[in-house]
Design a protein around this ligand. Structure first.
Ligand code: ADP
Ligand code: MG
Length: 914
């Protein structure tokens, strides 16, 4: 009979899945900027972005308002590796006058209780941060600021709605401080002088508190659930889905305020006449309709209303209604719980009903017990459906097939009801079979949680300070950059002057490239490109005239590490072997073609086809080459092989090739820049300024080899300890200091050094330096590009780090991204400062107010990094405002450029002969 009577309260799985879908849609609505205002589930941002990581420590105060009892607490958190904490608290009554009186009275009462607690614990002379658990829907704007949206449960205090509750509490505390101390003691009292400083640092909802408390014990905890006087849930949402808060990075805890689900009628088909009646008799009719079907504040009343109607219809107690049964709230949650203790048979039920003057028969008792079961089962079912929706959302956010997660739970109904937890768990697991959920009962979660949030906020603030300190040396002010520009300018001059040239760190090497292509070049050329990531041999066909074009065929050959760092003879034999393979491959074995040799290392040239290696850079270190002519070495290797002959016309730096390639398209291109494995620049200098080359007419391209800038210590003021570590671990310690701060070969390594340091300081990867993080070179510069890409979600950053064997949390990946950003930004700015010095010099050479010039650029760092090129350009614009610089990407400058230079050299040579 009861079953039939309460048919509408028994919800099948199909119905629950439907509720779950409705709740999911409502969450989306609550998160959306345009839909939030009409959403019933408010999805309130909590400004809690991080879970505890176990390294929190300190002594914190908390007050907990909004549950069935009001309490003040002191929570000590120890960073002892065992996640231990100590809690002492004191409960205070919440008299009706206070919770249904005025706001001032309420907050004064809270302040009274807190100060009483502090006195009883002898804490009034300590300076402790305070967390405030305030379990009502609030629109938070900061962690420590939030306006009450509406009272719920049995609270109805005047003049609080719409105001910031934290400042109200602060005000009450301050006022209290003043009145607490006699005026005569004002000047001497330590307290009044501010020694006691209860500052409210965080305000949290009880759900958030519960999640945080459980999160302290279980790092998988990312959902908080309350099933007590009220019901509510929170969970960690992706920032990019939270329209109402700026920023896309990381996660933030969302307080769903799911109690209001159905306030727009969305659950009307499931609500019974009893639900409607209960609502009409409540403090807030029409509001919190979901909560009214679930929470302990209403369960007893629902049972009462059902029993009343059944009795009136003669189905129970012989149709005799008692006064008690007519009285609102006469049946409470504790009665329902007691009656549902099946193990105790019907005795509890009988006793309770008798107390209500109902004279129950045994059948009455069985029926009433059954009513209780149906009502509380429905509560667990509905709660499970909404929770299942949250879990599904978490799983989808993480893009995983199976979600492993923990739900932290607090609340009297869940804790005291004999069957409730089991039912809830079972239904949740049935509704979301692809989630492995652990339910973790929180110990005083809602109260302790505020202290935990405060503790985390404390830890984060301390960490932030440390991280900022580590990254501070990478932030270069405009003045510093200007200084770098000026120093670079001075070094450029040293390199050009006869007396200073020998000791100059920026070597300013003449290239004997004096002309740019004029379009009349033509023919077939071979080119070699050595000094980058790849060694290549190319065949380049240049056509002149109306069908002007450049066609290229090339083949990449590997240079094994043992050859790169073996003997010079081995290296050049290997190169010639590759040429032979290429000629064979192209079917041009017998042809004696002119060859241009792009050799991207500093070479002192005496003519265009002679170049003495000054010193290896980047990853090369073959013996017996430094001080030798690389063209001779190549010729000898060809002779040793004795298989073919080549006409080596030019030895070319990649910067020069790049400038030439762009110059072929744009005659205004007089600068070549490389930002790839290495960093270097060349530019057309007036002959009269180049003291070490005879002649004052015309121009010659100077290969600056600016990578050596700073080798005399002139920029040591901006070098960090990480730069020094990278330098010490390199093949050429002490050399190429500027290059090591700006080029692709080293940026990842700088990042790795910083990450190691941050980990050592306990700020990353839970303080664990993994094996892979110890490996030199593991962090390649291409990872900077990937990690810094704006389109990349943090999850993907984590995936990249995972590939590197770095197991990161969400916060870790934010920090790693920040580190990458600081390193690459500094690189681009330093490079820009150097380039500003070059363009300024060119402007002065020409003696013009405004210079219009094009820079040909090559290099993967410049081309593929998401911000490098922009920051570089911005810096040049800032530091050389009188120059209008166009940046032109070169298409394979080091290959095509070598051929073009060879062609120009050939043309000039022929003219000379004629
Ligand atoms: P090279 O300078 O050796 O001639 P590149 O211009 O192609 O050749 O530069 C290669 C260098 O660029 C690599 O050594 C690496 O440091 C860096 N690099 C590779 N991929 C990326 C990327 N996606 N973003 C930024 N830098 C990269
Ligand atoms: Mg290159």
């Amino acid at each position: 009979q009861v079953d039939r009577y309460l048919y509408h309260m028994r919800l099948s799985d199909d119905v629950l899945l439907d509720v779950m879908a409705r709740f999911q849609a409502e969450m989306v609505k609550g998160l959306g900027r345009d839909t939030n205002s009409t959403a019933t589930v408010k999805m309130l941002p909590s400004f809690v972005r991080s879970l505890p990581d176990g390294s929190e420590k300190g002594d914190f105060l908390a007050v907990d308002l909004g549950g069935s009892q009001f309490r003040a607490l002191e929570v000590k958190v120890f960073n002892d590796g065992k996640q231990s904490s100590q809690l002492e608290s004191k409960f205070y009554p919440t008299p009706k006058e206070v919770i249904q009186g005025s706001g001032t009275e309420l907050f004064n009462y809270v302040a009274d209780c807190l100060l009483d607690f502090m006195e009883s614990k002898n804490l009034q002379h300590k300076k402790l941060p305070l967390g405030f658990t305030f379990s009502f829907p609030c629109k938070q704007t900061k962690l420590e600021e939030g306006a009450l949206l509406a009272w719920t449960k049995h609270f109805k205090v005047r003049g609080v709605q719409g105001t910031d509750v934290v400042s109200s509490l602060r005000k009450a505390l301050q006022k209290h401080k003043a009145s607490f101390i006699p005026q005569s003691e004002w000047l001497t009292c330590a307290w009044f002088k501010g020694d006691i400083d209860v500052d409210v640092l965080a305000m949290v909802n009880d759900t958030v508190g519960t999640m945080m408390t459980c999160g302290y014990d279980d790092p998988h905890c990312e959902v908080g659930l309350i099933i007590g006087t009220g019901t509510n849930a929170c969970y960690m949402e992706e920032m990019r889905h939270i329209d109402l808060v700026e920023g896309d990075e990381g996660r933030m805890c969302i307080n769903t305020e799911w109690g209001a689900f159905g306030d727009d009628g969305a659950l009307d088909d499931l609500r019974t006449e009893f639900d409607r009646e209960l609502d009409l008799g409540s403090l807030n009719p029409g509001k919190q309709l979901f909560e009214k079907m679930i929470s302990s504040l209403y369960l007893g009343e629902l049972v009462r209303l059902i029993l009343l109607k059944m009795t009136k219809e003669g189905l129970l107690f012989n149709g005799k209604v008692s006064t008690a049964l007519l009285t609102k709230d006469k049946i409470e949650m504790k009665h329902v719980c007691a009656m549902e203790k099946y193990k105790e048979g019907l005795s509890n039920t009988k006793e309770i009903l008798t107390e209500l003057n109902l004279f129950p028969s045994e059948e009455d008792c069985i029926a009433v017990q059954h009513v209780c079961t149906i009502v509380s089962f429905r509560s667990a079912n509905l709660c499970a459906a909404a929770l299942a929706a949250i879990l599904t959302r978490l799983r989808e956010n993480k893009k995983v097939l199976r979600l492993r997660t923990t739900v932290g739970i607090d609340g009297g109904l869940y804790k005291t009801h004999p069957q409730y937890p089991k039912r809830l768990h079972k239904v949740v697991r049935r509704l979301v079979p692809n989630c492995d959920v652990r339910f973790l009962l929180s110990q005083s979660g809602s109260a302790k949680g505020a202290a935990m949030v405060t503790a985390v906020a404390y830890r984060l603030a301390a960490q932030r300070k440390q991280i900022d300190a580590v990254l501070a040396p990478f932030l270069l002010s405009l003045d510093t950059l200007r200084e770098v520009k000026n120093k670079m300018r001075a070094e450029l001059e040293y390199g050009l002057k006869r007396e200073t040239q020998a000791s100059a760190t920026v070597k300013m090497l003449p290239t004997y490239v004096c002309g740019t292509p004029d379009g009349t070049e033509s023919g077939k050329f071979l080119a070699l490109d050595l000094g980058g990531t790849n060694f290549r041999v190319l065949l380049v066909k240049i056509r002149s005239g109306r069908r002007r074009s450049v066609q290229m065929y090339n083949k990449i050959f590997a240079i094994p590490l043992e050859i790169m760092q073996g003997t010079g003879e081995e290296l050049f034999d290997h190169i010639v072997q590759c040429i032979a393979d290429f000629l064979e491959y192209m079917g041009i074995k017998g042809a004696r073609l002119p060859l241009g040799f792009t050799f991207s290392f500093p070479c002192r040239q005496a003519s265009i086809d002679k170049g003495t290696l000054v010193g290896w850079t980047k990853g090369f270190k073959a013996t017996d080459c430094e001080g030798e002519d690389v063209v001779d070495m190549l010729r000898e290797a060809i002779r040793r092989r004795n298989e073919f002959d080549l006409d080596i016309v030019a030895v070319v730096n990649d910067t020069v090739g790049t400038m030439m390639t762009c110059g072929y398209e744009d005659p205004n291109c007089e600068i070549g820049l490389i930002a790839g494995t290495g960093s270097n620049v060349c530019y057309m200098e007036d002959m009269k300024n180049i003291e070490i080359v005879e002649g004052n007419e015309g121009k010659m391209c100077i290969n600056t080899e600016w990578g050596g800038f700073g080798d005399n210590g002139c920029i040591d003021n901006i070098r960090t300890k990480y730069d020094k570590q990278v330098d010490e671990g390199s093949l050429n310690a002490g050399k190429q200091r500027y290059e090591k701060m700006t080029s692709g070969m080293y940026l990842g390594e700088i990042v790795r050094q910083i990450l190691i340091d941050l980990t050592k300081q306990g700020l990353l990867f839970r303080g664990q330096i993994s094996e892979s993080l110890r490996k030199r070179g593991i962090f390649e510069t291409k990872f900077l590009s990937q990690i810094e890409s704006d389109r990349l979600a943090l999850l993907q950053v984590r995936r990249i780090l995972q590939q590197l064997g770095l197991d990161s949390t969400c916060e870790d990946s934010i920090i790693v991204k920040e580190v990458c950003g600081a390193v690459s930004r500094r690189a681009a700015q330093l490079c820009g400062a150097g380039l500003a010095a070059i363009v300024e010099k060119k402007r002065e050479n020409r003696g013009v107010e405004h210079l219009q010039i094009t820079v040909g650029v090559d290099g993967t760092l410049y081309k593929l990094h998401p911000h490098f090129s922009r920051v570089l350009q911005e810096t040049v614009r800032e530091l050389a405002p009188q120059c209008d610089v166009t940046f032109m990407l070169s298409e394979d400058g080091s290959g095509k450029g070598a051929a073009l230079i060879t062609a120009v050299a050939k043309r000039l040579h022929n003219i000379g002969r004629k």
